[in-house]
Design a protein around this ligand. Structure first.
Ligand code: UDP
Ligand code: MG
Length: 161
């Protein structure tokens, strides 16, 4: 049936999630990982790094003409970031819903931003906004050898197989 065809799981979809420097400073890395783990997504890559201006310039390429761009790059380079790749059915869309609105003051309670942050300029987390963008961002932040293909033992509890 057409209505339900979108429910067919694409369990290999991946997204880039990054805990931004303010999230790391505020010791929210564990809290954020916990939410994605409990939801049922699979962690396939993770590293802590000081983001370079070069990577940040590419990552936020589309925003380079925005007035907040210089401050955004300074913020993202102000300390370490924890970059992660999470995998699972519809993980790009689901993550965006879990993360909440860009403007933390508009983000709904229950979302990462809505529960843990108050202002758009310090919104603690990044999540890719489409499957295509996710592919580009994962390629920018990770080498393919840093991504692990593995199976969770509870796969059939999460997905009809
Ligand atoms: N940002 C900002 N001021 C704005 C809009 C965005 O500081 O008025 C920052 C904020 O950190 C945001 C990032 O720029 O997360 C990227 O903006 P985007 O619109 O892609 O939001 P996101 O995809 O992170 O929700
Ligand atoms: Mg974005």
């Amino acid at each position: 049936c057409l209505l339900y065809s979108s429910v067919t799981p694409d369990v290999r979809e991946r997204t880039l999630i990054a805990v931004k420097p303010d999230g790391v400073q505020r010791r929210l890395v564990g809290e954020i990982i916990k939410r994605f783990e409990r939801r049922g997504f699979k962690l396939v890559g993770m590293k802590m790094l000081q983001a370079s201006e070069a990577v940040l310039g590419k990552h936020y390429h589309d925003l380079q003409r925005k007035p907040f761009y210089p401050a955004l790059i300074r913020y993202m380079a102000s300390g370490p970031v924890v970059a992660m790749v999470w995998e699972g059915h519809n993980v790009v869309r689901s993550s965006r819903l879990m993360v909440g609105e860009t403007d933390s003051s508009q983000a709904k309670p229950g979302t990462v931003r809505g529960d843990l942050s108050v202002h758009i300029s310090r919104n603690i987390i990044h999540a890719s906004d489409s499957v295509e963008v996710a592919k580009k961002e994962i390629g920018l932040w990770f080498h393919s050898a840093e991504l692990i293909n593995w199976e969770t033992s509870d796969h059939s509890d999460l997905y009809q197989v």
